[in-house]
Ligand binder design. Sequence first.
Ligand code: NAG
Ligand code: NAG
Ligand code: NAG
Ligand code: NAG
Length: 580
Amino acid sequence: MWQLLVIGTLVVVVQGRYENINVKQDWWETAVFYQIYPRSFMDSDGDGVGDINGITSRLEYLKELGVDATWLSPIFKSPNHDFGYDISDYYSINPDYGTIEDFEQLLKKAGELNIKVILDFVPNHSSNESDWFIKSSNRDEYYSDWYIWENGHMNDRGQKSPPNNWVSLFSKSAWSYMPSRDQYYLHQFGPSQPDFNYRNPVVVEEMKNIIKFWLEKGVAGMKINAVNHLFEVDKDVYGGRYPNEPITGKPGIGPDDYGFLDHIYTKDQEETYDMVSQLRDVFDAITIRDNLTRVMMSEASTSIKNAVRYYGSGNHAGAHIPFNLALIADLNKNSDARDIKYTIDRWLTYKPLRKQANWVSGNHDKSRVASRFRGELVDAFNMLVLLLPGIAITYMGEEIGMANGFVPWSETRDPRACRTDDPVNFVEVSRDPVRTPFQWSNGKHAGFSNADSTWLPVAEGYEQLNVAAQRSAVRSHYQVYRSLTALRMRPAFRLGRYESLALNSDVYAFKRWYNDDTYVVVMNVGRVYHVVNLTAFDLIFGQLEVEVSSVLSSRTYSDSVQANYLDLAADEALVLRMQV
Ligand SMILES: *[C@@H]1O[C@H](CO)[C@@H](O)[C@H](O)[C@H]1NC(C)=O
Ligand SMILES: *[C@@H]1O[C@H](CO)[C@@H](O)[C@H](O)[C@H]1NC(C)=O
Ligand SMILES: *[C@@H]1O[C@H](CO)[C@@H](O)[C@H](O)[C@H]1NC(C)=O
Ligand SMILES: CC(=O)N[C@H]1CO[C@H](CO)[C@@H](O)[C@@H]1O
């Protein structure tokens, strides 16, 4: 077995270097995906909330960036307790965002521009205002068992209390009482997001129908949200009662906090992987029929070993693109070049050999790159996302280096922040700062809307930091981003091999090559100047030419540098090409 593995690896090496350049790749395999949070992208009708026609009006911008596909955070009907992540009707469009005709128009225009559209699907829970949940809470025969209902307990003081100690991701009990059934329902997220019962086959059928419905409409794929929360432990194994989760004992965490418990019964359950494979079959059936791949993306915040299981194994295909959240979860302000190398190489090590990697540097839940690291490293992170092997996934605004906005308590909308009831510490969990309106120009509300006020305030500094300014500037994050998407079309980035080094604790570098075309991407993520010697890489010597340089670099396109003596300013990041 061991020998077979070694031989298999060698074959890959040989093929990687000498294969014909016309290697067949499916459309998604090296695509750039751009996440749009529709509420904050572009408001076309002046109500202060972004919408579908707004997106349609800006599809050319995506084209200009070199984006192949966009995935939209949920646009389905929702009372917006969690801004679309609580869906009340999976078959219709949220009127805040427009109509089904508007969406069809978006698909049409996107098709003309050859931009694929992916929808975000939230299968773990519906809204508490969906007909399904309302019927279920009234014990309607057909829907009664669609959600997780449990009897409460009487506590010592004779008061009704939740079935067990489970805590929601949005803090406090994961159970809420419903008088109409005199029972509690489970919600792993907010109380407006009751969890579906995946042990009910009728529910599973409905979920497959939803996917089918939107794929038939012409979307190129779906992103399956929070997939590792689909199942809870089988209570029948525990005598018909859901067991308490063990306490982590982490210091400084109270019983209302999600981190108080070790979530061994409410996430990453074994049944999840088979469910993902069943959902994948729905995508494949339509892919085969139309001879056009419909992609399944999946999102799970979990350990690396669980994360790579979403690729599937053997005859059980998983997602095409299980999100790799390592650049978000494993790196922070204090990370140095060695941490970056370790994080990237670790993911590539765990990833199944023949599958495509993917790189995500941000989303609508996580602090922006300019704030999570620092503004000077925006280009370096875009180089990672766009030039590492595999798929690139960009959250809107990262291409211009948007930073977290400031949203005071009085204007806070995120239910995760509101649930804390804490006008001081809410900032630690609020996701509003990464959802502030997109910065198009230095005009009113940054060109996002001409309403009197917008649903979240525009971030400070938009007068300087916006698309219009960066478009007309000679050097800007936007220009760097475009150069990178153009560069990644080359075989060295689409098909080439990867090798990396931490040249010292501040300088991370990687090499990508295909046949004789060789590149080195090098970034000084430290705060001081360094001289490095790139000949530490095999077959790197002589002169290299600058292809792309970070905004603050003193170097520009086609400058020459010496491999054995490269001086890098603090924060400087370069893409270099070997001269032959
Ligand atoms: C749904 O949940 C939200 C938030 O907890 C609550 O304000 C609302 O009244 C609930 N709606 C129904 C129909 O139960
Ligand atoms: C399917 O599409 C690919 C290119 O997209 C084409 O090469 C192939 O011939 C098609 N197969 C069939 C059966 O139409
Ligand atoms: C760079 O490294 C190579 C070999 O690793 C060495 O021969 C050379 O002297 C080094 N150059 C400088 C300027 O330190
Ligand atoms: C990255 C992502 O999709 N996060 C979502 C996970 O699911 C919860 C509940 O549906 C949302 O609130 C997050 O935004």
